[in-house]
Design a protein. Sequence first.
Length: 119
Amino acid sequence: VQVVESGGGLVQSGESLRLSCTASTFSFSRYDISWHRQAPGKEREFVASITSAGDSTNYRDSVKGRFTISRDNAQNTVYLQMNSLKSEDTAVYYCKAAVGSGWSRTSYWGQGTQVTVSS
């Protein structure tokens, strides 16, 4: 399964971006999708997630109320709408697609897309 992120770029503080994550699989609707980010010199951290059916989402506290994750299974795409961006949101954003449970759970990562927020 190939996971591809897009939509990153350079924006000013307070502006918005929408990231997209697609996966090359006929069973996209079976995958839980999550976004993670990694800033220079820092560890990768969880940002947001959405279940395979899209019926449950989760966010890290610092992005709640500003970021929204959603999915369109017909388009094999998950979106991360990022509003009111701050300089501390600057990072490479990665998408992870995960399927299965327990010992058989398998994850696939994309190559990342750069988001830079200038203050």
